[in-house]
Design a protein around this ligand. Structure first.
Ligand code: MTE
Length: 308
């Protein structure tokens, strides 16, 4: 089954679909992102502008209002509507991201440096939450690997840990130990370097709203959504598998890998099917969220029922 990876060709925006502001942003991104986008198209797509599932119902982009009002961002509350209501206290500027650990050139980047250095592309990806709901979101971002390479990871860098903001002033609810703050996630280095793994700074042609993880969040479309840490402040190259928040809080329920897998149920619910936000009938869940052709080889020889 073909995955949904829509990467518009430079200049190929459908003007009728975009608002003037979105168009402005997209044009700017396409111009800057032409080279990277073209390289990925060859790797993943043979040059086609888009691919959608034929066997399943077509994947429609989730309405922006749903993707920005039905969120998980526990720093702002545990109900789905809490982040949109509460995240106005987050200040996404000024913002810095520190990169440290097993690399030759550790350092710190301001968010403006990030935006200037890494041309953004639009990526339309499915997002599958471990809670068995899903959306289709047009992100604006760039490959995580492009940023990581600048810091020259050493041969000891087997993993990366991403740490997100913990500031009790901007996130008053984090005075309570709902989770072991700061929210941390991680990837194996080859997963992090995979061209489908992106750092997003925008969605729907605009900057990221606070509730979606402004100003910088991870998006790893073949993994459950909890891997995609929001409002990242630190990236650390490690030799050992890093601490990750959900895995530490309930290791039987949330694996380190968290690859979307309809064959491995959550202990408290099935992962066979999912509720696409905005639809009534459930959809079948696809292995690796439908991105298996691109990523399954990363897991060759691994028992994904054990290393879930
Ligand atoms: N990042 C932080 N810092 N805190 C969180 O609670 N929730 C995760 C992930 N990133 C979370 C987070 C979960 S469970 C999901 S499903 C996605 O964010 C949801 O992203 P969205 O609200 O943009 O759809």
């Amino acid at each position: 089954m073909a995955p949904l990876i829509r990467i518009p060709r430079p200049g190929a925006a459908k003007e009728s679909e975009a608002t003037p502001r979105a168009l402005y942003l997209r044009r700017r991104d396409f111009l800057g992102g032409a080279l990277a986008g073209a390289a990925l198209l060859v790797g993943c797509d043979g040059g086609a502008e888009s691919r959608t599932d034929e066997a399943a119902r077509p994947d429609e982009v989730t309405p922006r209002k749903d993707a920005t009002s039905y969120n998980n961002f526990y720093e702002f509350g545990t109900n789905k509507t809490d982040p949109a209501e509460n995240a106005h206290t987050l200040r996404p500027r000024p913002w810095t991201v520190a990169v440290e650990g097993e690399c030759a050139k550790p350092g710190t980047l301001g968010i403006e440096d990030v935006l200037a250095a890494f041309p953004r592309q639009e990526r339309v990806y499915r997002l599958r939450c471990v809670e068995a709901w899903s959306m289709v979101i047009p992100w604006l971002g760039f490959p995580l690997g492009d940023l990581l390479k600048r810091f020259e990871p050493t041969s000891k860098a087997k993993y990366v840990q991403l740490e997100t903001l913990w500031d009790t002033e901007q996130m008053p609810l984090t005075r309570k130990p709902t989770l072991d703050w700061p929210y941390r996630e991680g990837l194996r280095i080859d997963e992090a370097m995979h061209p489908l793994a992106i750092l997003a700074t925008g969605m729907y042609g605009e900057e990221l709203p606070n509730q979606n993880g402004a100003p910088l969040r991870l998006v790893v479309p073949w993994k459950y959504g909890f891997k995609s840490g929001k409002s990242i402040v630190k990236i650390r190259f490690t030799e050992q598998q890093p601490y990750t928040t959900w895995n530490a809080s309930a290791p039987d329920e949330y694996g380190f890998y968290a690859n979307v897998n309809p064959d491995v149920d959550h202990p408290r619910w099935s992962q066979r099917r999912e509720r696409r936000i905005g639809e009534l009938a459930k959809r079948p869940t696809l292995p690796f969220n439908g991105y298996g052709d691109e990523v399954a080889s990363l897991y060759a020889g691994m028992d994904l029922a054990k290393l879930f």
